[in-house]
Design a protein around this ligand. Structure first.
Ligand code: ACO
Length: 402
């Protein structure tokens, strides 16, 4: 491997790489993607095996500590996370400062950033124990925060976490329980939610993870870094695509209108893109999309939803696109966001909650990557260079001479 940093330091080389298509900014042992094969491994374990056999908190442990936990390690980890699910009571007031019609992602960016004010005892990143506490706090509290953002947006009272439930079940409880009624978490929905969380848990150096690392490279505290990641994830080219995709599928509405949208996506004069299609790294099927598609069938079946028009449109759109010369030649396949919205909608979530659910699921990946970076002696402050294309040096002129 060429040590590009040495060459840079000597002033011998300069690469211009918008979008970092071929520049590695770090080394990592967490997640591996083979874009040509369509393979995704967390710490070496294939995502399909984890989705079928593991559960989200076990995946959290794996991503954070590098190995699958023993039974005792799992119990200890679960206990630690569970003990941190509550948020500081003052945070309720902080939430109440937002407009009710704010997008839950906007609320989450603010609230997660504000965690550094509520938990400043774990912002000392030099102390490995405080780093660990911050990591656990983030993973434990993010479902509570996402659920609170949701409850606030629909005008319902906040629901406190119920620690007898598992991670995914607890999130559903905080979103869907109301004080006036009993709420029993449906195990099928909890399993589907857990699978969505696992599939989104990490994805190496995507835009939001790179944002977390870049923010962290200056020594910023982990809450500030994760808030930066959430802000980046919101964009429709990244995590915001799950909301945009479902809205697009609804807009298409019926299978007979698909050709019209395929034509729009191919038209270079039209900015429209098929949401949920294409990926910077995968030039084959996104393995997460395959699992998600199976889950969509399973969840809808189990919920007794047999004639879901959106799912029909999605499947037909996928079939047509995969046979279309344009999509084939550009290697555009469905990505993780293509089917996730259908599952979340069937579970009862409004589209505005899709990206917050992505954010809560990805928090463990951001945290694991941040911890890895802080512990990496090779890391420097992130400071990309630029190719200057502005005016050459010129002299200031007085206003009357301009
Ligand atoms: N629909 C139509 N054409 C597309 C699409 C699409 N969804 N995606 C890429 N293309 C075309 C581009 O127009 C471009 O064509 P050209 O070579 O003729 O100029 C070519 O494919 C390459 O596209 P780029 O934008 O250069 O690819 P990049 O790697 O930068 O973008 C991205 C990847 C952002 C995911 C893109 O495919 C996209 O916008 N997809 C839709 C949004 C989406 O689903 N995002 C979620 C990604 S997964 C995630 O973040 C969790």
């Amino acid at each position: 491997v060429l040590d590009i940093r040495k060459l840079y330091a000597q002033g011998d080389v300069f690469t211009y790489d918008p979008g970092f298509t071929s520049t590695a900014a770090c080394s990592s042992t967490i997640t591996y993607i083979d874009g040509d094969k369509g393979e995704l491994l967390y710490r070496g374990y294939p995502i399909e095996q984890l989705a079928a056999q593991s559960h989200h908190l076990e995946v959290c442990y794996l991503l954070l500590y590098g190995e699958l936990p023993s039974a005792q390690q799992m119990i200890d980890f679960e206990t630690r996370v569970t003990r941190h699910t509550m948020v500081h009571e003052q945070m309720h007031n902080f939430f109440r400062g937002f407009r009710r019609d704010a997008h839950p992602m906007a609320t989450m960016v603010g609230v997660v950033g504000a965690m550094s004010a509520f938990y400043h005892d774990s912002t000392d990143i030099e102390d490995p124990w405080q780093r660990e506490v911050a990591a656990i706090r983030l993973i434990a509290k993010i479902p509570t925060i996402a659920a609170m953002a949701y409850k606030y947006s629909i005008g319902q009272p906040f629901v406190y976490p119920k620690n007898s439930l598992d991670y995914a079940g607890n999130f559903l409880h905080m979103c869907f329980a109301v004080p006036a009624e009993d709420y029993v978490v449906d195990p099928i929905l909890a399993k589907a939610m857990d699978r969505i969380m696992m599939l989104h848990a990490d994805h190496e150096q995507n835009a939001s993870t790179s944002t977390v690392r870049l923010a962290g490279s200056s020594g910023a505290n982990p809450f500030a870094c994760i808030a930066a990641g959430i802000a980046c994830l919101w964009g429709p080219a990244h995590g915001g695509a799950n909301q945009a995709c479902l809205e697009m599928l609804r807009e298409i509405g019926t299978v007979d209108r698909i050709p019209e949208y395929i034509a729009k996506a191919k038209d270079k004069n039209d900015p429209f893109r098929l949401m949920g299609f294409g990926h910077r790294v995968y030039k084959n099927f996104d393995p997460r999309a395959k699992v998600m598609k199976e889950s969509a069938d399973e969840v809808l079946d189990l919920l007794g939803i047999h004639d879901n028009e959106t799912l029909k449109v999605a499947k037909e759109l996928e079939r047509i696109a995969l046979e279309d010369e344009y999509f084939v030649s550009k290697k555009l396949y469905p990505n993780v966001d293509f089917y996730s919205g259908i599952i979340l909608e069937a579970m009862g979530f409004p589209t505005a909650m899709f990206t917050p659910i992505f954010a809560l699921s990805r928090t463990v990946g951001w945290v694991a990557q941040w911890k890895e970076m802080v512990g990496d002696s090779d890391q420097k402050i992130g400071r990309p260079r630029q190719l200057y294309t502005g005016a050459p040096r010129r002299d200031y002129s007085d206003v009357e001479n301009r």
